[in-house]
Design a protein around this ligand. Sequence first.
Ligand code: NAI
Length: 701
Amino acid sequence: MALNLDAVGKKIGPVTKDYTWKDVVLYALGVGAGFSEPEYTYEKNLKVIPTFSIATIFDFLSHIGVNANVNLAGIVHGEQDLIFHNPIPVEGTLTTEGKITHMYDKGKGKGALVIGESETYHSSGKKLFTSTLSIFCRLDGGFGGQNAPAEVFAFPEKKPDFEIDAQPSPDQPLIYRLSGDLFPLHADPEFAKMAGFEKPIMHGLCTYGYACRALIQNLIPGEPEKLRRLKCRFSKPLYPGDPIKIQIWKTEDGKAVWKVTNTKTNADVITNGLCEYGDILKEEIRFDGRVAIVTGAGGGLGKVYALELAKRGAKVVVNDLGGSRDGAGAGKGPADKVVDEIKAAGGEAVANYDNVATPEGGENIVKTAMDAFGTVDILINNAGILRDKSFLKMDPENWQAVIDVHLTGAYNVTKPAFAVMREKGYGRIVMTTSAAGLYGNFGQTNYSSAKMGLLGLMNTLKIEGKKYNILVNTVAPIAASRLTEDILPKEFFEKLKPEFVSPMVLYLCSEKCKVDGYIYNAGMGFFNRAAVITGKGIVLGDGKSIPAVEAVADHLDQIGALKGGKEYFELNEQVGDMINAFSAPAATAESAAKKTGSVADVFAAMPGAFNKDAAKGVTVVFQYHISGPGGGDWFCDIKDGECIVSAGVHGKPTCTLKMADTDFLDMISGTLPSMQAYTSGKLKIDGDVMKSQLIGKLFKM
Ligand code: NAI
């Protein structure tokens, strides 16, 4: 077993994790918070202890271990550095991506260091934190690599500014592990002994959480959102129940150093601690050097987008046909006026008077940008008209005119703009839908259809644009304009200034924007997201015989339920779920067996997969207890380069592996990495755990 040096630099993830306020509170309890800190432990006005972040990415951390192929029996957390970009919300979904950046060799018998870096985003699109960690692998040294560069660190030669005593409970790891880190070293006395400890030890990251609370309490009381960075080295194990002292020295404005000592033994358990705190520096969102096209920018919403973009540095193509509300007529006046206004304020803009509803018009709008500014980075498809009629009065001309401007118009301009964006590997496209399309509105069948068509355009374009860093999103504005003057009540007009919509649209146009394929309602300073949610659904029948119409009627409540529903990024995900619905738990063993055979087949195939060369000098008996309907007992007796696999129970196995049949088949088929199976508790190993790691070497399944 050796470290997999090829893993360095390869992308890991994205790994996602859903969490709710209960996870936040469970973590707080795990790191010693209680009644005295209701801000962390009670859902009313709940705040998140920033180090909660690291507990949420445990799955990602175990991927680092799996990819690096570390020897599990010898790993401990070496160092941890967390940089916080935004406060952590009390619920949501986190997405983490990263890589192993280095593997350092401390020498044979001295261990190795695996360094992993990751970035985590919240489902709101905000970047929350960057983690850099090192795993100290006591048993993996001596592979001939370079040693890690030495770090210079010194504590001030003065008394600490703060000293905080704390007393983790003797059972602390049993609570902490429920936040994700189920590694048996912190719960299983036998495993702990095997790893060289007298009993299970505290998670270093649990002690880190204690330190985080103490630092916040003393440096930024009540304001965990002001923590900017927390870095440290885990220097010695700590047994649960041992008292600790956290010492903090303020070094300069917004900076402190800290350590944690075991006051029973006087040993430093965490050292080289660094803490940075203060307000998040608001970075202004700018568009310098960016070229934006705004269609229908001669008035209403489009005019405000154009002015705001220019104010923040963008060069703007102000397109407007200059027609009336129903699309009749044309004129240069509206576009010219907006361009004059931008220029008068010191910005750069050029007018275009083309009709978005024709392909030539679309081409020409993009050509205007290319001729004037050389590129296109941003496109806001905003031009629009109205021709309202109740459905039976909706003649083909009014139907078509509205579809032509809104939907075909967006196609006409987006196509040439997308070509430029794809070439340069960057683009932000915003579509404009409407509540009339999302939810329906009397007299607007043409408009509602066109506006929903734009969502279909977005949904597929976001997939085609993703690999070129072209993000496509949609706004559903509500604002006072000539389109809404006879629809919205007069008293709301002032409150409905288009300026209230533009912050959302400008964000979606910015480099900061990370969301893709999202729909946002915006108006009067109110913002929310609309989405297509798909319910969990049910299977009627066995997938072979056609279900009866009556069965649909009988189960309509379940078919229609949205509880536990989800959003899909693309069609394949939904089809995948549909297919998976037929291999729900009872059938999982069956479907996994299709890939790998039954559990019995796997054991029958084991002698054939035996690697004689790797078995030289190895004497070992692996006992398997596989639970579930496809399970049973088997053991592999390996001696003198031979392997005998038998059904039944061996009298003196070297180690015993226990697993459910479905998990076992997943592990054999490769869909469940063995380390993940182990750390998640799906695989339990009794006896000599270290010998169990020979399995991968001895059998090539
Ligand atoms: P507006 O009428 O003030 O602005 C639309 C602009 O598009 C006009 O200046 C018009 O000359 C231009 N335009 C029309 N057809 C064109 C064409 N074929 N080629 C180029 N330019 C053309 O209306 P408003 O309210 O600013 O609407 C902007 C967008 O927001 C539209 O797509 C509209 O459907 C959408 N919207 C507006 C809502 C609101 O509350 N104002 C609600 C929901 C959606």
